[in-house]
Design a protein. Structure first.
Length: 63
């Protein structure tokens, strides 16, 4: 399943596929997304998740 969109609602990011089905929800601020990953910022860290909500990586960001 590919990621079609990611939407910020309050403190949560909701991730949807092409059919509009929710794939996962993540706590934090939406930083960006591609067809296979979603980046969420919490504090000074950016966390990268796959379409199933499994963390793939994290990066420190001073911005």
């Amino acid at each position: 399943m590919a990621i079609a969109t990611a939407v910020q609602r309050g403190n949560w990011v909701y991730v949807y596929d092409e059919a509009g089905h929710q794939l996962t929800s993540l706590n934090g601020d939406l930083h960006g997304f591609t067809g296979s990953s979603v980046s969420v910022k919490r504090g000074n860290w950016i966390y990268v998740y796959d379409e199933n909500g499994h963390q793939q990586n994290s990066f420190y960001s001073s911005n």
